[in-house]
Design a binder for this molecule. Structure first.
Ligand SMILES: NC(=O)c1ccc[n+]([C@@H]2O[C@H](COP(=O)([O-])OP(=O)(O)OC[C@H]3O[C@@H](n4cnc5c(N)ncnc54)[C@H](OP(=O)(O)O)[C@@H]3O)[C@@H](O)[C@H]2O)c1
Length: 224
């Protein structure tokens, strides 16, 4: 018999926004499964199940997640893992672009597809994208690889929202804000706890009426 508590599975959790998502879903009373490439003391101290050795750019690694989840159903799945490798027109590196596409775009698609059998009516999926993946919002250029990878994952999420609608699985593309984490060298406008609290509120609000939205942690609907 499966635990009656709701289950949240968070992908990419050893620091930053993903760690805070785990912490706050635990505080909300969820069972939490946290996947990461490499765990650490802080993550081990949370009351959650940690699945280590999960690299979202590697198919066999991602398939391990499903085999380790005993619950029949996932209530909330958030793909948070991502990388940023800065570039500008004079420094574009195609291998770096490929790597960002592999992790930031194909990573979410890979994890969601591999866990699809555990998603059913009422399940919610969040993909942590970025506002810089918005074509309409781009007025500063730079970061070609990162921008392209996030624009691509927005399209992937939108397609999934349509394909998974018959199963009544809702999907959101989430912008976490400009957050002080390792990714931003601790620059930003908000801390990871505030970002995660907003993302969880957005996931709580998500429904089949709003599936496929691209939304800021503060609730602002973002242009594509
Ligand atoms: N911070 C911001 O202002 C901001 C703004 C917009 C969007 N975002 C997005 O928010 C998400 C979280 O970023 P963050 O700011 O919290 O950055 P972060 O502190 O650098 O955390 C990134 C997380 O992703 C994991 N990760 C990276 N590559 C991975 C891979 N191949 N497989 C599995 N996990 C991997 C990292 O684990 P390792 O330690 O193993 O590398 C880490 O746990 C990312 O998707 C990012 O693009 C952040």
């Amino acid at each position: 018999m499966v635990d009656q508590k709701k289950l949240a599975v968070i992908i990419g959790t050893n620091k930053g926004i993903g760690f805070e998502l785990c912490k706050q879903y635990i505080e909300k009373g969820y069972d939490v499964i946290a996947t990461c490439r490499q765990s650490n003391t802080a993550l081990e101290q949370l009351e959650c199940d940690v699945i280590e050795g999960i690299d979202v750019s590697a198919q066999p690694s991602v398939e391990l997640i499903k085999s380790k989840i005993k619950h029949e159903r996932i209530d909330v799945l958030i793909h948070n893992a991502g990388i940023l490798e800065s570039d500008q027109i004079s420094t574009i590196d195609f291998e770096s672009m490929r790597q960002q596409f592999e992790i930031n775009s194909l990573g979410p698609l890979r994890t969601i597809l591999s866990l699809e059998a555990k998603l059913g009516k009422g399940s919610k999926v969040g993909i942590v994208s970025s506002r810089v993946g918005s074509i309409d919002d781009n007025d500063s250029s730079n970061n070609y690889g990162y921008r392209v990878s996030k624009a691509a994952v927005n399209m992937i999420g939108k397609c999934l929202s349509i394909d998974m609608a018959p199963k009544e699985v809702a999907i959101a593309l989430l912008h976490p804000g400009y957050v002080r984490t390792d990714m931003t060298q601790m620059r930003g406008l908000i801390d990871a706890d505030e970002s995660a609290a907003g993302l969880i509120a957005r996931m709580d609000e998500l429904s089949m009426e709003t599936t496929g939205i691209f939304i800021h942690t503060n609730g602002e609907i973002l242009p594509w």
